[in-house]
Design a protein around this ligand. Structure first.
Ligand code: ADP
Length: 239
């Protein structure tokens, strides 16, 4: 994205932001609450539109773009939300097969076979027929991860995926994501306040403050030798 500005009323949340992520890279966005991190993911998911600037994904236009262009790009991007956002009235299996069938046009048998594989991967092979409300928060988030992966996205967006979980469930979900990050060539853009997770999975860490990237670098540099005072203050407060 280039020159992206996003305002809510008088409040400029992103201020002429330039951000490019190379294919296959794992990038984490850290920084104080309200600094604009989640807004970036929402722009990429087309849940919000910038006021200025351009966004492209894999060379294809996302903003400004025609509806058809947006539909094409959206297929390449999967997102996992803080609050899971599963469909409550569908079984676990159906939650995962719905988009591949309706959006990608997979036939239902094929989608189900893939969903079962993904549920095995996330450790929930025996939960196909359950409803989300019958699962723990950690299990629901694993289903949400499987659902995102079922679309075979090139880019996975993770928005503070453990912040709604009970503390004892956090490690399992982060371990799963670490495994996924290691074993696939998917591009990951993660907003997180789990600094150990950021350190483990990132090729690059971006430190945000007030809608700008104030410092960027590999995790060993950002966490061990931050250059910016604001980064030092932030890490001092959260580590
Ligand atoms: P972060 O993820 O870094 O905590 P966000 O991107 O969620 O920050 O939010 C940045 C700022 O934008 C916050 O001050 C937030 O209140 C504001 N904001 C986000 N979404 C909306 C919205 N839909 N309407 C008004 N303000 C919003």
């Amino acid at each position: 994205m280039a020159g992206v500005t996003k305002r809510f009323g008088e409040h400029t949340v992103l201020d002429g932001l330039d951000l490019s992520v190379r294919t296959g890279r794992h990038v984490t966005l850290i920084g104080p609450s309200g600094s604009g991190k989640t807004t970036i993911l929402r722009l990429l998911m087309t849940l919000a539109e910038p006021d200025e600037g351009t966004i492209t994904v894999d060379g294809q236009r996302l903003f400004p773009a025609t509806e058809k262009e947006v539909r094409e790009v959206r297929k390449k991007i999967g997102m996992v939300f803080q609050q899971f956002n599963l469909f409550p009235n569908m079984t676990v299996l159906r939650n995962i097969t719905e988009a591949p069938v309706t959006v990608l046009g997979l036939d239902r048998d094929e989608a189900e076979a893939r969903a079962r594989e993904l549920l095995e991967l996330v450790g929930l092979g025996d939960k196909c027929g359950m409803r989300p409300s019958q699962l723990s928060g950690g299990q629901q988030q694993r289903v949400a991860i499987a659902r995102a992966l079922a679309m075979r996205p090139q880019v996975l967006l993770l928005d503070e995926v453990t912040s709604a979980l009970d503390p004892e469930l956090v490690a399992g979900v982060l371990d799963l994501l670490r495994d996924i990050a290691r074993s696939t060539d998917i591009t990951i853009l993660a907003v997180t306040h789990e600094m150990n997770f950021a350190r483990d999975i990132s090729d690059q860490v971006l430190m945000f403050d007030a809608g700008r990237i104030i410092e960027a670098g590999p995790p060993e540099k950002i966490f061990s030798a931050p250059e910016h005072d604001r980064t030092r203050e932030f890490l001092g407060a959260v580590l």
